[in-house]
Design a protein around this ligand. Structure first.
Ligand code: ADP
Ligand code: MG
Length: 254
């Protein structure tokens, strides 16, 4: 059994199926990107994987344990979850918000180091004493990411971690996610930037209308025909002139 596994997960609200019989498996050491159009069910899937939303049917296991039966404090030491919609009105400093990530762990001598490392990873050292509610939305996003990093979990479930960030900080987030996967974490990130997914992910899961349309290595999955169909918009995939990796852009093939 994989480290994190959803089997036959469905989510139905008022008779409408938002996720249908979805199965996905993630191993430690893997960075999996979840992509797909608005409303495809990406955030719903991530919240179910995180155990914050209960599936209508199907199961999610983390380290062979059903997350529904995992006590919240145990879950919080095992997985960190970054929702897409983040709280903004928090009258604490950036450092205090990041320190909240340490809450699941009993106070330990290395808390300070973990918090400082997380602040540095998200380039927040200069903002550590700023009041969180005064930050720009990109800075606020980076603060929540640093809080999630400070939580020090084996599983990270991140809903659009790089959305709204400038190119440099977005790249910094991807580099951090790669480093976490390389250190043995299982990382799942919902992404809209298909080029970022192509570059950084070990695997890409494509969701469309509540169903997994494709799941595989980026070069297999990020196919022009498949993407054009799923996004209902012409998308071309060419070779990047420098990296030779896939370059995904909107428009018809020429
Ligand atoms: P994505 O993250 O891929 O954009 P979501 O998972 O947020 O999509 O939502 C998938 C679809 O399910 C959307 O059409 C959304 O409106 C709908 N949806 C999600 N949660 C609910 C709910 N509690 N009640 C009604 N509709 C919902
Ligand atoms: Mg979403």
């Amino acid at each position: 059994m994989s480290y994190l596994e959803a089997s036959g997960v469905s989510y139905i609200v008022d008779g409408s199926t938002i996720l249908a019989e979805t199965s996905v498996a993630v191993e430690r050491g893997e960075l999996v990107a979840v992509v797909g159009p608005n409303g495809a069910g990406k955030s719903t899937l991530l919240a179910i994987l995180a155990g914050v939303l209960r599936a209508t049917s199907g199961t999610v296991t983390m380290a062979d344990t059903d997350i529904v039966r995992t006590p919240p404090d145990v879950l919080a030491r095992h997985r960190a979850y970054l929702p897409a919609d983040l709280l903004k009105e928090i009258r604490f400093t950036v450092r205090e918000v990041v320190a909240m990530g340490r809450h699941p762990w009993s106070a330990s001598a290395d808390d300070g180091v973990r918090i400082t490392d997380a602040l540095h990873a998200m380039d927040l050292a200069g903002l550590a004493d700023h009041v969180f509610s005064t930050l720009s939305s990109g800075e606020a996003k980076r603060t929540h990411l640093a809080r999630v990093l400070a939580q020090e979990t084996q599983v990270l479930l991140l809903d659009e971690p790089a959305s709204g960030l400038d190119i440099g900080h977005a790249e910094r987030v991807l580099t951090t996610l790669r480093r976490l996967a390389a250190s043995g974490c299982a990382v799942v990130a919902v992404m809209h930037d298909l080029n970022a997914a192509a570059r950084a992910a070990d695997r890409v899961v494509v969701l469309g209308h509540g169903e997994i349309v494709a799941d595989g290595i980026p070069t297999d999955v990020l196919d022009a025909g498949l993407l054009s169909e799923v996004y209902e918009h012409p998308i071309r995939v060419t070779d990047h002139p420098l990296t030779r990796g896939p370059l995904i852009s909107p428009g018809e093939d020429v």
